[in-house]
Design a binder for this molecule. Structure first.
Ligand SMILES: *Cc1c(COP(=O)(O)O)cnc(C)c1O
Length: 357
């Protein structure tokens, strides 16, 4: 075995709802731990998936031709500028597998999506983590951390778990400084939720920056997390090389047809984004009233600062609410209004302030 494998843990899924019901004696379990779409997915995918069930005995189209055409049109790029994966998780794995080796390094933040680091360790690359400043990526420090052996800079925008974002001005300033041997990956898993006017529209940048990769997924706002499909956008030469590291039939027929149908229903995305925004505004208002500190969020989750995140997590789970404990806070996905009110009630009635601030 590669020795470095021993320093990692397999991904630990949360407890199953049935288990929590039994263990904590609650009737109802509400999962707000993985930033899934609390409003489900477009009802229009059912017909497409149902029709495609006839085809499950044959391998999927490894090239994802139909979906490729739709996505290319949707984001206004060439079909050759797209790479599909079984969720962004797989795209992150492909990028790591193709670009990283022993002696190389990645640059990212100390508190961001953990899969960047996980795959870098597996490939034997060094990890350079630059601390967030007040929940924000410190791009200046990241730029000066790059050297000749840096292969990937990972920027999660907006960032999971803090919900904060890098502005267009900050990003442009950064990209101009980055040497061409470094691939800059912008993970935009929460793109659809962003309201900030100075958030960058990055896909047109791939023309000028041939070392830029933009990631988008169907798992969050599109509500297709269980089907596992997402994509990378970038220069066609780079995409062609990344394709070498992709498994031949990595995305299923059902995922491809569902994603294609979901893309057509932009009304559902509008609805999701509006309801989520209401939830964020509700949280901000209530947390301000309660004097609880949080990061402003451009996503479908909110990060609340906590001194004792594990204790806060336990208080929530005792009431049937699953949230995500982090090093210095808890991350809570935005739910329906009733669920959001439930979260606030627990914060108000069951959680001692000393665990939070
Ligand atoms: C959820 C998430 C992903 C992974 O999404 P999948 O497409 O479901 O694999 C990637 N990056 C970030 C920042 C995420 O929050």
């Amino acid at each position: 075995m590669k020795e470095r494998i021993l320093q990692l843990q397999p991904y630990k899924p949360g407890k199953l709802p049935e288990q929590i019901k039994r263990e904590y004696n609650v009737d109802n379990v509400i999962k707000l731990a993985s930033n899934e779409n609390s409003f489900g997915c477009s009802p229009t995918i059912a017909q497409a998936v149902n029709k495609a069930l006839k085809e499950v005995s044959t391998y999927p189209d490894g090239h994802a031709e139909l979906l490729r055409k739709k996505v290319a049109e949707h984001v206004n790029v060439k079909e050759t500028e797209l790479l599909f994966g079984a969720g962004l998780d797989e795209v992150i794995q492909i990028l790591s597998r193709v670009l990283l080796c022993e002696g190389s390094n990645i640059v990212t933040a100390d508190q961001t999506f953990v899969q960047y680091k996980h795959h870098a360790v597996i490939e034997g690359a060094e990890i350079r983590e630059v601390p967030l400043i007040n929940g924000h990526f410190n791009l200046d420090e990241m730029a000066s951390t790059i050297d000749n052996e840096t292969k990937i800079v990972w920027i999660c925008n907006p960032n999971n778990p803090t919900g904060t974002y890098v502005s267009e001005k900050e990003l442009m300033n950064f990209l101009q400084k980055i040497p061409r041997h470094v691939t800059v990956v912008l993970d935009e898993a929460y793109y659809e939720y962003v309201m900030a006017e100075d958030y960058p529209q990055t896909i047109p940048f791939i023309k000028d920056y041939k070392n830029l990769i933009v990631l988008r997924t169907f798992s969050k706002a599109y509500g297709l997390a269980s089907l596992r499909i997402g994509y990378a956008v970038g220069n066609e030469n780079l995409i062609e090389k990344l394709n070498i590291g992709r498994l031949p039939f990595n995305t299923s027929t059902l995922a491809q047809v569902a994603a294609a149908a979901a893309l057509e229903d932009q009304d559902f995305i509008k609805y999701t984004v509006e309801e989520t925004r209401k939830g964020i505004l509700f949280f901000e208002q209530e947390l301000n009233t309660l004097g609880i500190s949080y990061y402003p969020s451009q996503t479908n989750f909110i990060f609340i600062h906590a001194k004792n995140p594990e204790a806060v997590f336990t208080k929530f789970i005792e009431k049937g609410y699953i949230v995500r404990p982090m090093a210095n806070g808890i991350r809570i996905s935005i739910g329906t209004m009733e669920q959001n009110q439930g979260v606030i009630n627990i914060l108000k009635d069951n959680i001692d302030k000393s665990l939070l601030l």
